[in-house]
Write a protein that binds this ligand. Sequence first.
Ligand SMILES: [Zn+2]
Length: 72
Amino acid sequence: MKIKLTNVFHNTETYVLTKDGNLSARQVKKAKKRLCPYRDCKCSGSLGTRGSYIDGFICHDGTAKLNVIGTL
Ligand SMILES: [Zn+2]
């Protein structure tokens, strides 16, 4: 499925493709870079989302498990 991630602070959005809600470390890096490209910015969590209905828990190996906190 295609999942939309948004960051209302920078007004950015990106899509990630996932089968089971898990993201690879590479997908996490890419999403974060698109949503919040500023390294020192504290606007968002480790996934780069803010005000999104989807959040993510980042694992120690850089992969993430998406967490749906609402519906679009
Ligand atoms: Zn930011």
